[in-house]
Design a protein around this ligand. Sequence first.
Ligand code: NAD
Length: 359
Amino acid sequence: MQVPVDHLTAFVSAIFAAAGCDAAEAGRVASGLVDANLAGHDSHGVARVPRYVDWLQSGETEAGRSIEIVTEQGSLAVVDGRYGFGATVGAEAVDLGIAIARRQGSAIVALRHAGHLGRIGQWAERALEAGLISMHFVNVAGSRIVAPFGGVDKCLSTAPIAFAFPVPDGPPVVLDFATSAVAEGKVLVASNGGKPLPDGSLIQPDGSLTTDPATLYGPLDRPGDRNHKNGEGAIRTMGDHKGSGLALMCELLCGALVGSGTSGPADHRFANGMVSIYLDPALFGSAETIAAETRRFCDFVRGSRPAMPGTSVLLPGDPERTTRATRLAEGVPLPAGTWAAILETAGRLGVQAPAVAAA
Ligand code: NAD
């Protein structure tokens, strides 16, 4: 199934409007999800529609919420997303960071209790559009699905981090990944018949490794209906103790310090916490010198010898750019299981699928 971007965005937007969002928020949520598909991160794309609608209907995520300022002092702001849609409160928190950094040269904005913030790279790219370098550390309260290094129990969230760095006259460097071996959404996509997981992504209670999504979700007999509380196993962290350590720091920063909640035997309400740091490169020295060094270094790395003949060394952000160009031209590919789950949700809300996709 290959769905043109504008049809898909309009369809998903109609689903969220029917589920209770106002038109602007429905559009933001839809654009954020489709944008993740465009970047190639199907794990954070429209495969999430059924779950987002369930969360809205159960009150886990709330429509029409804006951030509330908890503390604002100098270049630091702590804000509460009040369980509003990540597409709304994430954008507001980032815009606040941009405004402070423009005034002060740098900013730290800590966001707690945000609804799902989706692909974290989108927030780094938003700051990039304003000419800022940024770094984002995230935890996921209420989503205890990752085993710490050396263990098998679900203790951590997938705790993503993202950085963006502008490259004058060239594509920016955008690094954005979960500190787990794979993002949970990749297990979701695999469980619906999409791309299989890389070897060793999941760990079973006896310590053995697997790629079977049922380890995380339990039996997979219905499309879409996936709950990590039904499975006995866990996702592993990336890079052994290193990813595990980074995830732990994300949990401490965003969960404990900022107050979004950390994992534990008693689960918190689902929320993303995000600590973001914004830097105005103009304050660090001569723009020409920084630009020249940045360009030279990126070219040096890009031009280095590939490990495998016929491939090239890429920089973070390159794969997403390539996929975006292809999918804008050809549409977003969706596995049958993902599409079936979206149609089921749309049908419950009385929303018609676009004719082009039904064909
Ligand atoms: P991933 O493993 O696909 O890694 C993506 C990063 O690696 C990108 O920066 C990409 O440009 C870079 N990259 C990929 N191939 C490369 C290559 N050959 N050379 C150089 N760089 C390369 O990402 P992931 O861990 O699966 O995460 C997927 C998405 O899930 C991310 O957008 C992340 O923000 C999101 N996420 C969100 C949450 C949340 O709670 N909101 C939680 C976890 C993950």
